[in-house]
Design a protein around this ligand. Structure first.
Ligand code: DON
Length: 580
């Protein structure tokens, strides 16, 4: 945690600069690409009629918008962006990780795709514990053993087969080009690569494209020939280009080099799964979001329904009443998460009960305005952690109004730190999202128990919350974010900022956020999220307020009542909205 806060403080220092630089880029970029007016405020990056892509990297957003302009639909663009991010945003974009997609067609069909990693067939419940039964530091975080069986390639193949319009080959081409020809790295990437040098060197004795003698500098080209070759095999052979043959051989050899356990059988058997999305209403808006094995969708619906009976709009953005109510809802929802949520194929998640109005009303009934509840007195309800900033989310809408929200991850920044030798991609460290021992916090401080214990072939619980919102049957918002345990609260607050406080999409994304996750019993607060009077009032009621760096990196799209798309690209990162 301490390391994390240092990182956040550092990130914070760079944010002011980035904010200015990216703001300028937005304005210049938006107007070059065809700004159609309707400026709603200085944070607004322009409004567009035909579609929009908002992702963590400008090159990936460009890849997506090109696909839309060529006549591809939102799913085609999403597939191309996912592969492009694997090249240009290597800390989180991936083919060696996994994720979730939420889809809504222009006609209102909804669906969700689970391409989450899973534990290898040889995994076992105590694999990260020492002989005394205590978690071994870093064992679930770094190296080959930290990796779950990757799901991203299977996910993209499934999504394309079901909804894609353009040819598969065409969707891989931009990523292959970026990997083979190279691209100019950003200042932030140069800093990250330099910072990762020691870990990369230790974990990749045979070298990787991200390792070089001299220091990396902004504008240096990153050329990834091995990754280009792997992407070409996927382009040519689809899923078998990754889960079988040369690439599968490389993954298994990599496992042998570092005591990993993913086998050829695990790879061949991996399947992405279509799941019925979780849905719920909030003030007349139809929320469609991700079901388990993400906890995000259920938690989001629980949070929205818990605050719905109260007049947030009247109280206003981040006033003491607003913050107190949202924090008390978050405390209860994260307590539920720790006990009741896990992979539904292995554990009976009481999904319907957790989002039932009567249950949530009862759950909020023991909160009083006079003083803070304590997490010690709140446990999971009778019937449902801290994570890092290196997942990535993107939102896409096409010309017809089909929408895709994808959140995808390697878990920690640069995942397990291991690049599969000869194949050029990073392995995830998603195994740390399991509860390695009941009550032992993971890298984000999240705790869990039986529901999220390790078992062979089981998927680890996630917080990722890709979400699509409609109003009166028409698309309203596409939203999601990285941020580990703060994903759920960032998505929650972004939605409330728009629906209750009438903020534009960009303003809602920029707005400073706060976070409570049951344990530890504290409110994490971004700089300037709360004014000093609000802090004093909350402290007087017994709330512990802890300053921290950036919360979330939301990339979202809003459809205005005039039918235009507004982007919200998070200034906390290199994120970029492009519309047309
Ligand atoms: O699935 C999850 O909830 C985590 N592995 C997400 C990690 C994350 O968001 C890290 N970065 N921001």
């Amino acid at each position: 945690m301490q390391q994390q806060s240092k990182k956040y403080t550092k990130m914070q220092k760079t944010i002011k600069f980035r904010f200015k630089a990216i703001g300028a880029l937005f304005i210049a970029g938006s107007c070059l690409i065809g700004c159609v007016g309707h400026q709603l405020g200085k944070n607004n990056s322009g409004e567009y009629k035909n579609g929009m892509v908002v992702s963590a990297n400008a090159l990936a957003s460009e890849v997506g918008i090109d696909i839309l302009k060529k006549g591809g639909n939102a799913v085609d663009a999403a597939v191309a962006v996912q592969f492009a991010l694997a090249v240009v945003h290597p800390n989180a974009g991936n083919i060696g990780g996994g994720g979730f997609m939420v889809y809504r067609s222009a006609k209102g069909e909804i669906n969700s795709l689970d391409f989450r990693e899973k534990a290898a067939g040889n995994a076992n419940r105590d694999m990260y514990l020492d002989q005394a039964g205590n978690p071994i530091v870093d064992k679930s975080l770094y190296g080959q053993l930290a990796a779950g069986v990757p799901g991203s390639v299977a996910g993209m193949v499934e999504a394309h087969q079901k909804y894609g319009k353009l040819k598969w080959e065409e969707l891989l081409a931009p990523a292959i080009r970026l990997a083979a020809d190279g691209f100019k790295i950003t200042a932030r990437q140069a800093r990250e690569f330099n910072g990762m040098k020691a870990r990369f060197t230790k974990l990749n004795p045979l070298g990787t494209a991200m390792l070089k003698e001299a220091k990396w500098a902004e504008g240096d080209a990153l050329v990834q020939k091995d990754l280009a070759h792997t992407l070409s095999l996927i382009q040519e052979k689809g899923r078998s280009g990754f889960y079988e043959g040369e690439v599968a051989d490389s993954i298994v050899s990599e496992m042998k080099r570092g005591n990993g356990i993913i086998s050829k059988e695990d790879l061949k058997n991996y399947k992405a799964v279509w799941r019925k999305p979780v849905t719920g209403m909030y003030r007349g808006y139809e929320i469609t979001t991700m079901p388990p094995p993400s906890s995000g969708g259920i938690a989001l619906i629980q949070l929205l329904k818990s605050v719905e009976p109260f007049p947030l709009g009247k109280w206003g953005y981040n006033t003491d009443s607003t913050v107190q109510l949202m924090v008390e809802a978050e405390r209860r929802v994260y307590a539920d998460r720790a006990s009741h949520l896990g992979d539904p194929d292995f554990y009976p998640v009481p999904q319907a009960g957790l989002i039932e109005n009567a249950y949530l009303k009862k759950r909020m009934s023991n909160f009083t305005w006079a003083k803070a509840s304590t997490s010690a007195e709140i446990s999971a309800g009778e019937i449902a952690p801290l994570e890092h900033e290196e997942t990535t989310h993107f939102s896409i809408v096409d010309r017809d109004g089909n929408a895709v929200a994808i959140t995808t991850t390697l878990n920690g920044s640069y995942g397990a730190g291991v690049v599969v030798h000869g194949a050029g991609f990073l392995l995830n460290n998603e195994m740390d999202d399991f509860s390695v021992k009941p009550g032992a916090p993971n890298m984000y401080g999240l705790v869990g128990g039986e529901a999220n214990a390790i078992a062979p072939n089981k998927r680890m619980l996630s917080c990722m919350t890709p979400t699509i919102i409609a109003k009166d049957g028409k698309l309203f918002m596409v939203v999601g974010t990285p941020g580990g345990s703060t994903i759920i609260t960032s998505v929650f607050q972004t939605i409330v900022n728009v629906i209750d406080f009438n903020q534009s999409m960009q303003a809602a994304v920029n707005a400073k956020k706060f976070h409570h996750q049951w344990l530890p019993d504290q409110i994490d607060v971004e700089d300037k999220a709360l004014d000093s009077l609000t802090k004093v009032k909350l402290a007087a009621k017994g709330y512990k307020i802890v300053p921290r760096g950036a919360i979330g990196r939301v990339d979202a799209i809003l459809k205005t009542k005039w039918g235009y798309y507004q982007g919200g690209a998070d200034p906390r990162g290199d994120d970029t909205a492009i519309g047309w």
